[in-house]
Design a protein around this ligand. Structure first.
Ligand SMILES: [Zn+2]
Length: 373
């Protein structure tokens, strides 16, 4: 009898230690990941601590922590923080003044993080987007990010007068990678809808060149061209054997504070006759509202430059609401489709060093015009 109680005590102690480790891991995550994930992780760890869980349950907690990080930032609507209060719905504050939004969220029981962004056409101080979106349920005290128009952010981004600092930063994302990663990620902050992290891309009908290789070749030429113009370039990848999701690619651009995020791709179709160049830009959802106008302008200019230079068939510019690499971006973003690898003529052209250089030069000219240099 007594012995089994001791054994049970020992077991409980061991569980506590494990749980504490998870809590520490969770706490350190708060610093590095978005609030939604951190809270979900912390809460799950807390649940592990409060219930008389077996070692297996603790293991399961650990597994679910890992899964949360990989697949979803959507908070679990059923969770509570040790009786600290049921989850509450995040109010819609987009379009209001930042001070008003802050008051509203504080009254609702949330903490606020301000994220200034260049205003574009928006009025100074207006909240342009929020993360997580309105309607998301979070425990009281959770952090809500407010992205708001602030002209000080614009002058920071331009910072032309600081010696030794590049005037502009451009992030280039060569599309795809050697191996696709079909595990999924949310298509935007707080979304339950998911998409594969990175798909495989197109393949040359004749040459068999993979899209990831062509995209990297054009991107490296583009990098060289922009750097020669004094622009700082940040690459999402410079090799084929990487594993970077579309969300992570957008985060590279965000963290770089890029003035423009340029994604280089080529098209594919089941119809081998289809050919031409197009550009995609973000539009049609709350996530991309703050960057839509500037992205559209960049798409028009860069696409125009590509068509003028190459004489390729003009397939126009297309608004897209469903691209994770757009929806996670906080900086203006354009995706160029440099031609159809499924078209034998364009495939052969796209395999040549001269045509790749022509594409890179045309994209660079477009970027320079967009930046106003
Ligand atoms: Zn692609």
């Amino acid at each position: 009898m007594a012995r089994s109680r001791v054994a049970r005590l020992e077991r409980t102690k061991a569980q506590r230690k494990r749980t504490r480790t998870i809590a520490i891991v969770a706490a350190s995550l708060v610093v590095t990941v978005s609030a939604g994930i951190a809270i979900a992780v912390a809460v799950r760890a807390a649940q592990g601590a409060s219930s008389p869980a077996s070692a297996q349950d603790v293991g399961a907690t650990r597994a679910s922590v890992h899964e949360d990080l990989l697949t979803s930032i959507s908070p679990d609507p059923t969770m509570t923080v040790n009786g600290a209060g049921a989850p509450i719905e995040v109010p819609d504050v987009v379009g209001t003044a930042i001070e008003q939004a802050e008051t509203l969220l504080a009254l609702a029981g949330f903490s606020v993080m301000r994220v200034p962004t260049p205003p574009g056409e928006a009025a100074e101080g207006t909240v342009l987007s929020q993360e997580p979106a309105a309607g998301t349920k979070l425990p009281p005290g959770s952090e809500v990010q407010l992205i708001y128009a602030d002209s000080a952010a614009a002058s920071d981004a331009l910072a032309a007068n600081i010696p030794g600092r590049a005037r502009f930063v451009v992030c280039i994302d060569p599309g795809h990678q050697a191996r696709a990663n079909m595990t999924v990620e949310p298509i935007g902050p707080g979304s339950k809808e998911t998409k594969p992290k990175v798909t495989g891309g197109a393949t040359g009908a004749v040459t068999k060149q993979p899209e990831h290789e062509l995209a990297l070749a054009v991107s490296l030429k583009l990098k060289e061209k922009l750097e020669a113009e004094g622009i700082e370039v940040v690459m999402t990848r410079t090799a084929a054997g990487v594993d970077i999701s579309n969300r992570q690619r957008a985060e590279v651009a965000n963290n770089a504070g890029a003035d423009l995020f340029v994604r280089v791709h080529a098209d594919g179709s089941t119809n081998g006759d289809v050919r031409g160049i197009s550009a995609l830009y973000p539009s049609g959802n709350e996530w991309v509202r703050p960057i839509e106008a500037r992205s559209l302008r960049a798409a028009r200019i860069i696409h125009g430059s590509l068509i003028n230079s190459t004489g390729a068939e003009d397939r126009g510019i297309t608004p897209r609401a469903d691209i994770a690499g757009f929806n996670w971006s906080r900086v203006p973003v354009v995706l160029v489709e440099c031609g159809f690898l499924s078209n034998p003529v364009e495939d052969k052209l796209l395999a040549t060093d001269e045509y790749r250089q022509e594409l890179a030069d045309a994209i660079a000219r477009g970027i320079m015009e967009y930046l106003g240099t």
